[in-house]
Design a protein around this ligand. Structure first.
Ligand SMILES: [Ca+2]
Length: 309
């Protein structure tokens, strides 16, 4: 879908908080509830083990080399980052301050913004076609927004926390702060066709697994605190919370196949007292280049990877 013809002013499309609350109170459609059920059951059945350290041996390691820089508004306590249709989508966290902001990627001027109701802490986001998916941290809601109006269209419930979000084709990938990555295959559960045939197919889909959970391991040990995500040419890249490390993950096996050292991107003069950690990975679909930023960072950096010994 093209966004070019329907640019709206920020004043018009900033969603009123009351409207967002009301929309959130609406029950999820049956298919969405099915999705919720699948996630809940799967997570309950998991026995997770945890590891605290990031081992440093064997897995290939890389250093992030900056090849371009753009300004990035410090107002963003960046939780989700994605480039789509020539625009940069950013979700910004914190209670009472959470928002989704959309920037023209070419010049980083703000195109649209919508605030979330104060009881919601925005987390990761990703766009598939005409739907923008937005996780919330501890509120148990995966919100579905119109990417143009930024109005909330639906809310899916889930158990546990929401951290990072990315997609590949019609699958969503979620992180929850642990070593788990959760794949939701929307192609089998979110049909837009309400014909009888489609309804019959949706009943059949109840018996088809749409949720896959993998444990991410580094040298055989769980790698937890997986945060913001990005699908990069067959891999999932994940910020490791409170580190300057990005993990490259094989989405089939869950094994970490590379570690990226993204420290020292911000100069000391760019750091203020409230400047927070690295968080936010976005692949430009037009160029294939990778961009990273952080929470309340003033810049977004294009990087390439240089192997380290
Ligand atoms: Ca991302």
């Amino acid at each position: 879908m093209s966004l070019g013809a329907k640019k709206l002013s920020p004043d018009i499309i900033t969603a009123p908080l009351t409207a967002l609350i009301l929309r959130l109170m609406k029950p999820a459609p049956p298919l969405l509830r099915f999705l919720l059920l699948g996630v809940s059951l799967s997570i309950v059945c998991l026995q997770s083990s945890r590891g605290d350290e990031i081992p440093t041996d064997s897995v290939p390691r890389y250093r992030a080399i900056v090849t371009d820089v753009k300004p990035f508004p410090r107002e963003n306590f960046t939780q989700g980052l994605e480039i789509s249709e020539g625009e940069l989508y950013v979700s910004s966290g914190l209670y009472g301050k959470s928002a989704v902001r959309v920037y023209d990627w070419a010049n980083m001027t703000r195109a649209r913004e919508a605030a979330l109701a104060p009881q919601f802490f925005a987390e990761g986001l990703t766009r598939i076609d005409d739907k923008l998916y937005l996780l919330t941290w501890r509120e148990g809601r995966l919100l579905v927004l119109d990417p143009l109006s930024l109005e909330i269209q639906a809310a899916m419930g889930y158990q546990g926390e929401g951290w990072g979000l990315a997609h590949h084709d019609q699958s969503l990938w979620l992180s929850d702060g642990s070593q788990r990555l959760i794949r939701l295959d929307l192609s089998k559960s979110l049909s837009q066709d309400h014909s009888q045939d489609a309804l019959q197919q949706s009943k059949a889909a109840r018996n088809t697994p749409t949720v896959t959970i993998i444990d991410v391991t580094l040298e055989g040990k769980p790698l937890k605190r997986l945060n913001e995500l990005e699908w990069v040419e067959g891999e999932l890249w994940a910020n490791i919370w409170q580190t300057d490390t990005i993990a490259r993950i094989d989405p089939d096996s869950g094994q970490v196949v590379g570690l990226i050292d993204a420290s020292n991107l911000l100069s000391p003069e760019d750091r203020l007292r409230d400047t927070d950690v690295l968080n936010g990975i976005a692949r430009d679909p037009e160029t294939g280049k990778i961009w990273v930023t952080g929470k309340r960072w003033p810049k977004i950096f294009q990087i390439i990877l240089e192997p380290t010994d």
